[in-house]
Design a protein around this ligand. Structure first.
Ligand SMILES: NC(=O)c1ccc[n+]([C@@H]2O[C@H](COP(=O)([O-])OP(=O)(O)OC[C@H]3O[C@@H](n4cnc5c(N)ncnc54)[C@H](O)[C@@H]3O)[C@@H](O)[C@H]2O)c1
Length: 448
């Protein structure tokens, strides 16, 4: 099924990547892109930079680099902009984050990092209780903040001579907000905005401003930001692609690989206990129970959807699933995530799996931000708008059409992503059926 759509327009001119939040993830991304541009480090973990895509039959031997196959913006054409309630520039913020080695990866590009200064944020401490910033927009009017963000977007675009923009929320995890009547329609949302309603969190103001300006938006955190009716209405109206939410990096990445394996082999799961220690600012923010609740919801949903207890009650009907995140300053960004999984096999015999992932949160997240930004830009040039479910690969709680359940299995997500690229570029999707290799051979043998 190739498609009769036009191929995506070429990536001409400069692409601005706008980042609400200039913390650990953003600075690791920005520094990484600049180091890669200068040939000083490799963009490992990024599908747009290092991935290949098979085209045609396995025997054809066609597997171009994804960036040569699809018109993806070049790293050289990217410029960065950011907002943060903390006034530190990208250099100081990268040093504070403690992710990158100062002498190897920060000082060599210090001038570049110092040139990225955060714009004053639309920030309200009641949505991120552990933070107290001073680099904030004046007043308390949500409408005025949304308009000021729109103005920032336009000014940034003109000042940096950008052809196109995308925005990826890399700000802190806000408190848990359940979608309510104010989120249902654009009209209700705008009324609530004018009334300074407390159900409108700052991240929603960025999403609103982006969509109003025709800028694609992805949400890297688990809070409610673009995943509700009003925003989808706006995205449809202005024909803007959106994606979210919550970057799939450490423990959940492993979960979405292990759980499909248990289900594929019909091994039962009695319990899954996940705990983490981390000491970065994200960990400190998540130490607040209301922000943790947002994260917890995002992390817990994954198993339910992959294992389908309704379909396999005997295997997964009674799982005890627990997720803990513990703020532990000595560890900084070098998080440790433990999983204890109690599984059962043939005749109900019990087994255990222990995983200890000594990961680096922002090192895993940075390539995701880059890929999301570059693929959203590609989507917009292909006239795709609304939810981009093919980007679920990068997300813990992927947005999806209301009539389907979210797809969490990493390898199904990868197939979906690559097939979408094939489809966009007029190539046949790959089904992995592979019967032609054998049927044709059998025909040949039968004829001899
Ligand atoms: N690193 C990962 O593996 C990972 C995975 C999934 C999700 N995330 C999410 O990504 C986000 C960024 O993570 P991080 O480690 O860089 O955190 P961080 O705390 O280092 O950076 C977040 C930054 O956002 C700023 N901020 C808060 N509210 C803001 C607002 N209203 N406007 C603009 N800026 C605002 C904070 O001041 C801070 O500098 C967090 O929400 C985190 O939960 C990270």
């Amino acid at each position: 099924m190739s498609n009769d759509r036009n191929a995506p327009r070429p990536a001409e001119g400069r692409l601005g990547i706008l980042l609400p939040g200039l913390g650990a993830v953003s600075t690791t991304l920005i520094a990484g892109v600049e180091l890669a541009r200068r040939g000083l480090a490799a963009p490992i973990g990024s599908m747009t930079q290092m991935g290949t895509i098979r085209l045609g039959k396995r025997s054809d031997g066609r597997a171009p680099a994804i960036k040569d196959f699809a018109p993806i913006a070049k790293l050289e054409d990217i410029v960065f902009g950011a907002w943060d309630p903390i006034a530190d520039d990208a250099y100081q913020s990268a040093l504070n984050a403690g992710v990158l080695n100062k002498w190897e990866h920060i000082e060599p590009i210090a001038d570049f990092l110092k040139s990225i200064k955060p714009m004053p944020a639309a920030f309200d401490n009641s949505y991120v209780k552990k933070l107290h910033g001073t680099n904030v927009k004046p007043g308390t009017s949500k409408r005025a903040w949304a308009e000021a963000l729109r103005e920032d977007i336009r000014t940034f675009k003109a000042a940096n001579q950008c052809d196109r923009l995308v925005m990826v929320w890399c700000g802190s995890t806000e408190v848990f907000i359940r979608p309510g009547p104010t989120h249902e329609t654009l009209e209700a949302f705008e009324k609530a905005l004018d009334a300074n309603d407390e159900s409108i969190a700052p991240s929603m103001l960025y999403a609103y401003a982006a969509l109003m300006e025709g800028v694609a938006y992805a949400n890297g955190a688990p809070n409610l930001s673009v995943d509700f009716g009003a925003m989808l209405e706006l995205a449809a109206k202005n024909r803007v692609p959106v994606a979210g939410k919550d970057f799939k990096t450490g423990q959940t990445l492993l979960k979405t690989v292990l759980a499909p394996m248990f289900k594929a082999r019909l091994l039962g799961v009695d319990g899954w206990y996940s705990t983490n220690i981390l000491g970065n600012r994200d960990g400190e923010v998540l130490d607040d129970p209301e922000s943790f609740k947002t994260k917890e919801e995002s992390k817990l949903g994954v198993l339910e959807h992959i294992l389908q207890p309704g379909v396999y009650p005997e295997l997964y009907g009674n799982i005890f699933h627990k997720v803990r995140i513990n703020y532990y300053p000595p560890r900084g960004d070098e998080k440790e995530g433990w999983d204890n999984i109690d599984i059962k096999g043939w005749l109900g015999y019990k087994m255990q799996i222990k995983v200890d992932f000594l990961c680096r949160d922002s090192i895993l997240a940075a390539p995701i931000v880059l890929d999301l930004a570059l693929f959203l830009d590609l989507a917009q040039r292909a006239d795709l708008h609304g939810i981009q479910e093919w980007l679920s690969f990068y997300l813990k709680s992927p947005m999806h059409a209301p009539e389907v359940y979210p797809e969490h299995d990493l390898f199904i997500q990868q197939t979906k992503l690559k097939n979408t690229l094939r489809w966009l570029m007029g190539e046949e999707p790959i089904t992995h059926l592979g019967m032609d290799y054998y049927l044709e051979k059998a025909e040949e043998l039968a004829a001899t």
